[in-house]
Design a protein around this ligand. Structure first.
Ligand code: NAD
Length: 447
């Protein structure tokens, strides 16, 4: 099929490149001219494992086009994926990008015989029904539904693993209001249907499923963080609690495997990124509008907001005792294998620590010195980028915020060579294997 991708961010680029790799002809468009220029020039717009190879091979096969003209993208395609951002503004979801792109489509679709408009962006339940369709209906009138199909298809990929996730979906959720839309989606995802079931529901249910899913994983994280804050006070390492809990047969499949979600129960500095914080808040607000409180999720959000300062207090107390002043923080982005720093709890943590007079250096294998200077404003001015990987430079302590391979290598080197103190803010490491180790839910340094 011919497909257009509207919005070349993390979701748009991964979706488009993977679909092109499966043989569809894909037209990319973004209203950010600067970004498009870089994209056309072959620059990397986002970092994701395996993305470059897929992009190059699909481009060579003539499956990828990048255009500055929305008309060209839509007119050449049978279906468009809307992948624009839905950020928070003043703690509320801002649908301006959805509104503007929907308005643009009314003009183009007016002249088009047939098209499918597929909303992939995360939007609250009933947004398509109550916000997008009325905009489209004004101009398209009867054409809507008969010739122009409106579809919801939320995305579940995880940054850092995005290409793998898109290629190996657990399920593909599709919201439709017209049975004939099934044919379009079955065609688009024809090469994925062996791997995953396409779940067809109505449009609002599809939007709802996405919020339930992200809220559930956020809930696991905040649940564990809140309890591990308590266990730490009692000198109980929450990892020991978790290891015992993991043996419960009720968690296991018939093959005795543990589900991946167990990893969300590891104590840490809280969740970040562009999705969980935004989606939990939006779900809470959405629910309030329905005169219904999501009390659990309100607290999930509160716990998460406080977690970096709780961990900073712990670090402050422990580091003062040991007189640790010069610290290297490994991991700047919100998690490993991504260059995305939106709502990074690592940055929150380092900004708090820099205020406490620590001498803070930061490093991330994916977030370069150049990126750091570009975004300098969001970092405390005292934070320095550890750019030359100068292994002779000594640090009193290293705080590890993510488990990227390079970070672990640096940390192992320092711990072996200089017995540098390690603080594990996400409980990534096996504490038995390290000297001078502490971390979330451990009350003091083990020598
Ligand atoms: N990032 C993720 O891991 C992830 C995962 C699942 C779902 N989502 C959801 O997908 C959506 C996109 O997320 P993202 O992280 O890719 O966002 P992003 O901010 O990285 O990208 C959005 C892009 O849309 C472009 N855009 C804005 N208005 C436009 C318009 N009118 N026309 C064309 N382009 C326009 C922007 O310039 C930007 O390049 C959001 O709703 C998000 O919640 C994100």
């Amino acid at each position: 099929m011919n497909i257009s991708i509207i919005g070349c961010g993390y979701v748009g680029i991964v979706t488009g490149v993977c679909l092109a790799d499966k043989g569809h002809k894909v037209y990319f468009f973004d209203k950010d001219r600067e970004k498009l220029k870089r994209f056309i020039a072959g620059e990397k717009i986002i970092f994701e494992k395996g993305l470059n190879q897929k992009f190059s091979s699909a481009k060579k096969k003539g499956k990828i086009f990048i255009t500055k003209d929305l008309y060209e993208a839509v007119n050449n395609s049978d279906a468009s994926f809307i992948c624009v951002g839905t950020p928070l503004r003043n703690k509320k979801i801002n649908l301006n990008q959805i509104k503007s792109v929907t308005q643009d489509f009314t003009k183009i679709l007016h002249y088009k015989k047939k098209h499918a408009l597929i909303y992939k962006s995360t939007i609250p339940p009933k947004t398509i029904e109550n916000f997008c369709i009325p905009i489209l209906q004004k101009k398209l009138k009867k054409k809507l539904n008969d010739h122009i199909k409106i579809i919801s298809n939320p995305e579940f990929l995880r940054e850092g693993n995005a290409v793998y996730d898109f290629e190996n979906p657990d399920r593909i959720v599709v919201g439709i209001n017209n049975i004939s839309s099934k044919k379009i989606m079955n065609n688009i995802y024809s090469k994925y249907r062996k791997k995953a079931k396409i779940i067809y529901v109505d449009i609002k249910t599809s939007e709802f499923i996405k919020y339930f899913s992200n809220s559930f994983f956020s809930l696991l994280i905040s649940y564990s963080n809140e309890i591990s804050n308590l266990s730490q006070k009692l000198n109980i390492d929450f990892i020991d609690v978790l290891n015992a809990f993991k043996l419960d047969n009720r968690l296991k499949s018939k093959k005795k495997n543990l589900p991946d979600m167990i990893n969300y129960l590891k104590p840490g500095i809280g969740y970040g990124g562009s999705c969980f914080p935004k989606d939990v808040k939006t779900f809470v607000n959405f629910s309030k509008k329905q005169k219904n409180n999501l009390t659990i999720l309100e607290n999930v959000d509160k716990i998460n907001l406080n977690q970096p300062s709780k961990i900073a207090d712990h670090i402050l107390k422990e580091f003062k005792k040991k007189r640790l002043k010069k610290i290297l923080i490994l991991g700047i982005t919100f998690k490993e294998n991504t260059d995305d720093i939106r709502n990074s709890t690592s940055i929150k943590l380092m900004n708090i620590l820099a205020k406490y007079n620590f001498d803070v250096y930061a490093y991330d294998p994916i977030f370069s010195k150049k990126d750091f200077f570009k975004m300098k404003k969001i970092f405390n001015s005292k934070i320095k980028y550890w750019d030359k990987l100068n292994f002779k430079q000594k640090f009193d302590a290293i705080i590890i915020n993510n488990k990227s391979y390079q970070n672990i290598k640096i940390l192992k080197y320092y711990n072996q060579k200089f017995q540098t103190f390690i603080y594990d803010s996400r409980r990534i490491l096996d504490k038995k294997k390290f000297k001078n180790y502490s971390g979330v839910s451990i009350n003091y340094f083990k020598n």
